[in-house]
Design a protein around this ligand. Structure first.
Ligand SMILES: N[C@@H](CCC(=O)N[C@@H](CS)C(=O)NCC(=O)O)C(=O)O
Length: 254
């Protein structure tokens, strides 16, 4: 251990619905790293994040873990930090896991583009994506702000989209799971399983979100065709989520 100051838990800044934040939270919790959590609201929380990072130019994204006066940016880096903080590298060998994380990243980039396109074209979802403090009666006229925000995010992450990556990554996971006896992508539960199970959050999410997503926004996070095609993988993810030894807080009902 020795990586953490026991008096001051690290603070994770993330978005409750974001698969990248889910990867980071699951990794930290599996490694028993206690953390405080700060919800990030796109655009509104950005100045504070930039201030905390002392980063005035370039793109910023979450999750970010602030631990012992340093900032660890990105789910992969946070998971690696958590793994080192555990006694036994319990998230596995990161060099063997990296190809799975690359598949997960490509899949999530394509999934995000689909979600953003769906939200941009859905008036109810746009109204729901405005921050909570905006009164309901102002949401319809202010929908254009949400549409601009969704477009900005789409442009920011467009370069990462490889069409077909989402389905290809799921096929690869299915093929691998069919060959392993462990029920995990590698011989035991590892961050590879976390990275790929979280991909299913972009077609059939089960994690608890606080604040909750609105009804129309939730629809955008679901992909009925892929959910049907990959029902076996959803059942696999549900098994992981239901297994107390490896599951994490957003999968547990309160
Ligand atoms: N490679 C990064 C990707 C993180 C990422 O894409 N974050 C998005 C989540 S939707 C984000 O910060 N969106 C809000 C914004 O860009 O303002 C990771 O693994 O953490």
């Amino acid at each position: 251990m020795g990586l953490l100051n026991a008096n001051k838990p690290p603070v994770l800044v993330g978005e409750t619905f974001s698969p990248w934040t889910k990867k980071a939270r699951w990794a930290l919790e599996h490694c028993k790293v206690a953390y405080d959590y700060d919800e990030y609201v796109p655009t509104l929380s950005e100045p504070r994040l930039r201030w905390r990072l002392r980063q005035w130019g370039g793109d910023v994204s979450v999750p970010v873990l602030f631990a012992d006066d340093r900032a660890i940016c990105g789910s992969w880096e946070i998971a690696d930090f958590a793994n080192d903080a555990s006694d036994d590298q319990r998230l596995g060998d990161f060099s063997a896991i990296e190809p799975w994380n690359d598949l997960s990243e490509a899949a999530l980039a394509e999934g995000r583009a689909r979600v953003l396109m769906c939200i941009s074209g859905n008036d109810e979802a746009l109204a729901e994506s405005l921050p909570e403090f905006i009164p309901l009666r102002l949401r319809r006229p202010l929908r254009f702000l949400a549409r601009d925000g969704a477009r900005r995010l789409e442009r920011k992450y467009r370069h990462l989209v490889e069409p077909g990556a989402l389905r290809a990554s799921l096929l690869k996971a299915r093929q691998t799971l069919a060959k392993t006896e462990s029920g995990y992508l590698l011989d035991q539960f590892s961050y590879a399983d976390i990275a790929m199970a979280v991909v299913l959050e972009i077609i059939a999410p089960i994690a608890r979100h606080e604040p909750q997503l609105g009804r129309a926004t939730e629809t955008c996070w679901n992909d009925p065709a892929l959910s049907e095609e990959f029902a076996d993988l959803i059942a696999w993810r549900d098994r992981l989520a239901g297994d107390e030894r490896i599951s994490y807080s957003q999968f547990k009902r309160k």
